[in-house]
Write a protein that binds this ligand. Structure first.
Ligand code: ZN
Length: 166
C-alpha cells in the first residue's frame, strides 16, 4: 500500500466526472488499498479516487464504528430519506468546514472490492459520507451546497482538526 497525494481545492480534476469501472481486478484493489491508507493518514472518514487523481468511480469510507472500511466500486444512490443539517469537511479542503444538508438515510448499490454486488443502507454519518463521496464522482463538492455564511477556517493544528473530513 502507498499513501498518494491528495488533490486540493483549485485542482481542476476535482470538477471532472469519474468513469465507471468495468472490471474489478488487482489494479483496482491496489487503488482502493492506497485510498484507504491515504484516508487514514489524513484522519478522513471518506475518500474518492478523484481525490488522489484517478477518475474512476471508487470510494472508501471508514466511520470508525468497528467495522472494516467500506470499499465501493461504481456506487449509485438508489434511495434517500429525510434530512440532516451537518458540519462537513473535505480532505481536498484542508481546515475548512461548513454546514450542509444531507439525507438522513441513504441506500446505495455498488460492487465490493471483489466485484460482488452489494447494497448498503447508511444513516447519519454514514449517509452523509456516502452522499459526499458519491458527489465527488460527479465533480460536485460540498462547497457547492454549503449553507451560506457557514464556512469556518480553522488554524492548522487546532484541536478542531479532529473534525471529520471526507
Ligand atoms: Zn470530499
Amino acid at each position: 500500500m502507498a499513501i498518494r497525494q491528495i488533490r486540493k481545492d483549485g485542482d481542476e480534476i476535482l470538477r471532472k466526472k469519474s468513469k465507471v469501472v468495468d472490471v474489478v481486478d488487482d489494479k483496482i484493489r491496489e487503488i482502493l488499498n492506497d485510498m484507504e491508507e491515504t484516508m487514514h493518514a489524513a484522519n478522513g472518514v471518506g475518500i474518492s479516487a478523484v481525490q488522489v487523481g484517478i477518475l474512476k468511480r471508487l470510494v472508501v469510507i471508514d466511520i470508525y464504528d468497528g467495522n472494516k472500511p467500506l470499499k465501493l466500486v461504481n456506487p449509485v444512490i438508489i434511495k434517500q430519506k429525510g434530512k440532516q443539517e451537518v458540519e462537513e469537511g473535505c480532505l481536498s479542503f484542508p481546515n475548512q468546514f461548513a454546514k450542509v444538508i444531507r439525507p438522513m438515510e441513504i441506500t446505495i448499490k455498488a460492487l465490493d472490492e471483489f466485484g460482488k454486488e452489494i447494497t448498503i443502507k447508511g444513516k447519519e454519518l454514514l449517509a452523509q459520507a456516502l452522499a459526499h463521496e458519491i458527489d465527488h464522482l460527479d465533480g460536485k463538492l460540498f462547497v457547492d451546497i454549503m449553507l451560506p455564511g457557514t464556512m469556518e477556517y480553522l488554524e492548522p493544528n487546532n484541536n478542531e482538526n479532529e473534525k471529520r473530513k471526507e
